[in-house]
Every structure is written in structure tokens, then in C-alpha cells.
Design a protein around this ligand. Structure first.
Ligand code: GLN
Length: 447
């Protein structure tokens, strides 16, 4: 009821939730209370959760922030969401997000922009902006977002909360609407590292519906102790002095370095030689995958169908042109282009090779180091509408988050102070594949 009251008070302005399951959540709470009384409640009993509008939840709307899915209801529940429900979590609503998770400011939603609760003239980041603001403003305890190239970490940084993207394949993607399948990760947004750890422990692990999910056993993440031993950290000079880096972000990174150095631990400062290639590689590969994944939205099988079509061909064309927003159309075109005959090898194949080089380079660093530390985003939250019509400036927001995504590595953003206007700034820690336990443990130490 407390969370519902907060939603009632704040959501009209912040627009973090596109749907609130008031009656359903209260009914579920009553069931959970009953179980608690009987002593047989699940491990998440009473945890109030929101889910990004990209997860299937049986019998509930699934819009992916798009007009093209208008009126569509899921026929099954995504594996991570089902696992939350099985442990008696309470789902209180669906989060607004950038259309099909494409964006860094949550301004690309058919349901309107989300506003940052720390300053309503600022964006919350994206694409899981609604999830971040719901946690930031106490509309729920935890939110399940998705992170393809930073969509959980960057909004967490902008909103002053934890944003956690585990290794690719740690959590089943069954029921998560695909954007770029070889990058997509289920991600967790919370106020504390402990809550993220507990939720990961519940939702991670093998699933017969996703053949890319790892069969590695799931450790007791919730029991990960605060890091206490020595460690060695890598940081990149060409990132820490990057021209896009805001001075407040720079000094917040330095604060972390001071803490590490004064504790007697080692920071190895290197240059990341592939830095100029991370964004082009990410945007070539993700748009290619998106153009294939989004071909299913054709006006026949899901949601919106144009009413002015004359024949089958024009029905496809008009439904897609009217149903998809500008950013999504741009990416489908770009993706179709890099996959087309004559350009495939020059763009797509080359980007695959560069992705491999980036991954190998990152993996090599973990042979002798425990963690990589860098800013989550080059800037704190920026003004609403300020990046309008400048896609390059918007894509630059992802420059520090796509690196871990290209390599499939686990990565977390934790709050690390504010700028001079009180806007939150996060710091990003990247760990080795499937070493989430270690990463969570270190996050508790650093925070
Ligand atoms: N901002 C990035 C993009 O638009 C990341 C999105 C995401 O992680 N879903 O592709």
C-alpha cells in the first residue's frame, strides 16, 4: 500500500510506470501474507517489483514502448519473471522504456518520456529509464530491466541507484523481447547490492527454453561477503581523460582511485586500444540483429495493423511505418543495410571480427587482474530534449557501457556521489565472466 501511495503521488509527473496492477498486487500481497503466517512463504515474500515493458507476463499487456504492439497481451510469462513469482515477489506494475529498448534517455517511448526524480527537467537515462525512476522514487523495491549496451547501468548512474548486468547467458532470456540477441541481458535495478544479489540468485541459471543460457551452477550470491582481501584493478587512461568526460564524472572516478590507492591496492593504468571501435562495432552488430528480430512485427501477428492498407504488401509497409517510431525505423534501415549483399563483409563480418578482438583483449586483462573500473557514463543526467535529432551525441552516451556488452562480461554501476547540482553519478565495475559473486562482493566494499 505504501508503494501504491507513492505511485499515486509521483507517477503522473515522472511517467515511470505505464500500467499499475493495483488490484492484482493487493491480492498477491494478501496471499503472500497468508503464506507468511503459515510459515511457508517464498524467499522474496513481500518484495515489491516492477518489470520493464519488454517482458512477457501472461495475460498482461506487452508494448515494448511501441505503438506497434498496441493491445497485445502476452500468452506466457518470461522465465526470470516466473521465478520471481514462484518465490512470492509482488509485481506492482510495468515500466515505461525506450521503444524496443533502443535509446539512452527514455525519450523514445510511445508512452512519452520518463523524468528523473532528482530533477524533473532531466532525463533518467535509458532504455530502462522507467525502471530506474521507479526504484529511485520508491514506487517499488527492485525493478527488472534489460541491458543490451548499458540500459540498466546508465539509467542507474543517472538516478543514483544500483544497476547490475550479469554475464551474457547467466539469466534466461526466454520471454524477454529480443533487441540484439547476442547482447541482450536481463538486468536488475535496486537500492542496495544485497537486493540485486538476492534477485540474481533467484532468477539465474539453466532454462530449457533458452539454449544460450549457461548451465553453470548458481552460487549463493546473497551470501557474498563484503570484499576484504587485496585486489588488482585495471583502469584506462584514454577513458579517464576522454574528451566527452564531464569534469564532475572525472573527479568522482578519481575519488574511487584515491580510496583504492590509500588502501594499498594496485591500479594498473593502461590504454584501451580499441576504444574508438567500441561504438561502431556495437551499433553495426546490434542494428543488424535488431533488423532481423523486429521483422516479426508485420501487422499480422501482433498488435497494431494499419487501417488504410489496400493489399498485403501495403498492409506490411503501412503497419510498420505507422507502428514503429523514428529511432526504431532508423535502426532497422541501418541493420538491413549492413546485412545487405555487397556490404555484409565490409560491415557485418568486420564488426564480428572486431568484437572478437575486443573480447579477447578484455579477457586477457582478467588473467592478471580482478576488476576493471571506469565511469558508467560520460556525463550525469542531461536535460530533456537536449540531444534531440543528434543521434551521434546520443550514441556517445553509451561509449563506456558497450565494452562489457561486446565482451559479454558482468558489469555493475554503483552510486558514487553527485555533481555540483546534486545529480547522481555512478561508477562502473566490470568483472570476469561468471564471476558475479566476486563482483558483488567488491561492490559492497567500494560503495
Ligand atoms: N543505449 C543503447 C542503445 O540504444 C543501449 C540500449 C540497451 O542496452 N538496451 O542501443
Amino acid at each position: 500500500k505504501g508503494y501504491l501511495a507513492n505511485i499515486e503521488k509521483k507517477n503522473k509527473t515522472l511517467n515511470a510506470l505505464t500500467e499499475v496492477y493495483e488490484q492484482e498486487a493487493l491480492a498477491q500481497a494478501a496471499i503472500v501474507q497468508e503464506k507468511i503466517n503459515k510459515g511457508n512463504a517464498g524467499r522474496l515474500a513481500g518484495m515489491v517489483v516492477t518489470i520493464k515493458d519488454v517482458y512477457c507476463h501472461e495475460g498482461h499487456f506487452l508494448h515494448c514502448g511501441s505503438k506497434i504492439l498496441e493491445g497485445f497481451k502476452s500468452q506466457f510469462t518470461a522465465t526470470p519473471i516466473q521465478r520471481l513469482l514462484d518465490e512470492d515477489a509482488i509485481i506492482i506494475g510495468r515500466n515505461n522504456c525506450d521503444e524496443f529498448a533502443m535509446g539512452s534517455s527514455n525519450e523514445n517511448s510511445y508512452f512519452g518520456p520518463v523524468k528523473n526524480a532528482a530533477n524533473e527537467n532531466k532525463v533518467p537515462g535509458g532504455s530502462s529509464g522507467g525502471s530506474a525512476v521507479a526504484v529511485q522514487s520508491d514506487m517499488c523495491l527492485v525493478s527488472i530491466g534489460s541491458d543490451t549496451g548499458g540500459s540498466v547501468r546508465q539509467p542507474a548512474s543517472f538516478c543514483g541507484i544500483i544497476g547490475f548486468k550479469p554475464s551474457y547467458g547467466r539469466i534466461s532470456r526466454h520471454g524477454l523481447t529480443a533487441y540484439a540477441s547476442s547482447f541482450d541481458c536481463v538486468g536488475i535495478l535496486s537500492q542496495s547490492v544485497e537486493d540485486s544479489a538476492l534477485v540474481l540468485e533467484i532468477i539465474a541459471g539453466a532454462d530449457e527454453y533458452d539454449h544460450t543460457v549457461s548451465h553453470l551452477s548458481v552460487p549463493a550470491y546473497s551470501k557474498a561477503p563484503t570484499w576484504s582481501g587485496t585486489f588488482s584493478v585495471v583502469s584506462f587512461d584514454n577513458i579517464n581523460t576522454h574528451k566527452a568526460l564531464n569534469p564532475a564524472v572525472q573527479s568522482s572516478v578519481n575519488k574511487v582511485f584515491d580510496k583504492i590507492e590509500s588502501s594499498g591496492n594496485k591500479i594498473q593504468k593502461l590504454n584501451f586500444d580499441y576504444l574508438n571501435y567500441v561504438l561502431p562495432t556495437y551499433y553495426i552488430l546490434t542494428t543488424a540483429e535488431a533488423s532481423a528480430n523486429l521483422s516479426r512485427f508485420d501487422g499480422v501477428r501482433y498488435g497494431y495493423r494499419s487501417s488504410s492498407a489496400k493489399d498485403l504488401e501495403s498492409m506490411y509497409k503501412k503497419s510498420r511505418s505507422e507502428g514503429f517510431g523514428e529511432e526504431v525505423i532508423k535502426r532497422i534501415l541501418l541493420g538491413a543495410y549492413v546485412l545487405s549483399e555487397g556490404f555484409y563483409d565490409a560491415y557485418y563480418t568486420k564488426a564480428q571480427k572486431v568484437r572478437r578482438l575486443i573480447r579477447d583483449e578484455m579477457k586477457k586483462l582478467f588473467e592478471t587482474n580482478d576488476f576493471i573500473i571506469m565511469p558508467t557514463a560520460p556525463t550525469p543526467a542531461f536535460d530533456l530534449n537536449s540531444h534531440d535529432r543528434d543521434p551521434l551525441q546520443m550514441y556517445l552516451e553509451d561509449i563506456f557501457t558497450v565494452q562489457a556488452s561486446l565482451a559479454g562480461l558482468p558489469s555493475i554501476s554503483i552510486p558514487n556521489g553527485t555533481d555540483e547540482h546534486g545529480m547522481p553519478i555512478g561508477i562502473q565495475i566490470i568483472g570476469n565472466s561468471f564471476e558475479e559473486e566476486k563482483l558483488l562482493s567488491f561492490s559492497k566494499y567500494l560503495q
